[in-house]
Design a protein around this ligand. Structure first.
Ligand SMILES: C[S@@+](CC[C@H](N)C(=O)[O-])C[C@H]1O[C@@H](n2cnc3c(N)ncnc32)[C@H](O)[C@@H]1O
Length: 221
């Protein structure tokens, strides 16, 4: 009787201890969309507000989601980019993400857009965000107008016609400085591009798939 009572108390104690032990929750990776960017300056606040207003007004066309835009900013600021080149301006949302970095690095974005209407909307957004002096829009077919560019490019972002990605890469790569980055959006749709950036020993490429699939390629030193 006494022994069974002791056994009972021992089992009850063990059950209660295990109930109090903090259980390890199933691991869930933090999602940056749950942690919106926090502006550090009035200039940054204005850019973020313009991005928000453009999205709410539907002044958009196949733009990067915020998660990818924030990565564009982070990489651009991290490499202290002075010259950024973008193929595919659309209505300027990615351009505004770049400008959050460029107003800190003292850099400039040259962005190429085929469609005159979207180029005009982007120009207005850049003015509303107060960053028009940081950005030059080149309107026309980037396969031709890219010839105007001179290096060194710190960050190049390819986000236009998918069957043009490899041509853009071939044209931009000689202008990108060693240690510079080539970024490309929606790469799940462009196997030729993926092959080109993963088989060249001068390049190191990783894929960030949280947004719409961004290839991040380093031109090795
Ligand atoms: C996916 S959107 C760009 C989105 C933009 N980067 C953003 O996130 O805000 C692609 C853009 O590339 C433009 N485009 C397509 N072919 C082009 C070309 N050959 N030259 C310049 N722009 C082109 C399209 O008109 C379209 O606006």
């Amino acid at each position: 009787m006494k022994r069974s009572l002791i056994l009972l108390v021992a089992i009850a104690t063990a059950v209660s201890a295990s109930a109090q032990r903090p259980t390890r929750s199933t691991s869930v990776a933090p999602d940056s969309t749950e942690f919106p960017p926090i502006a550090r300056s009035a200039a940054e606040k204005k850019i973020l507000a313009t991005l928000d207003a453009a999205a709410k007004a539907g002044e958009t066309y196949e733009n990067v989601p915020a998660s990818d835009g924030r990565l564009l900013r982070l990489l651009t600021e991290a490499v202290d980019a002075k010259q950024v080149v973008e193929i595919g301006t659309s209505t300027g949302l990615s351009g505004m993400w770049f400008s959050t970095a460029l107003e800190k690095t003292g850099g400039h974005l040259t962005t190429f857009e085929y469609d005159p209407g979207r180029a005009a909307t982007a120009k207005r957004h850049f003015a509303e965000a107060g960053v028009e002096q940081l950005i030059t829009i080149v309107q026309g077919d980037a396969h031709k107008t890219l010839a105007r560019l001179h290096g060194p490019i710190d960050v190049a972002f390819i986000d236009a016609d998918k069957d043009g990605y490899v041509d853009y890469l071939n044209k931009l790569l000689p202008l990108v400085r060693p240690g510079g980055l080539i970024l490309a959006h929606n790469v799940d749709m462009v196997p030729d591009y993926v092959k080109a950036v993963t088989t060249n020993p001068s390049l190191e490429t990783v894929f960030y798939m949280q947004g719409n699939g961004l290839a991040v390629t380093l031109k090795k030193r």
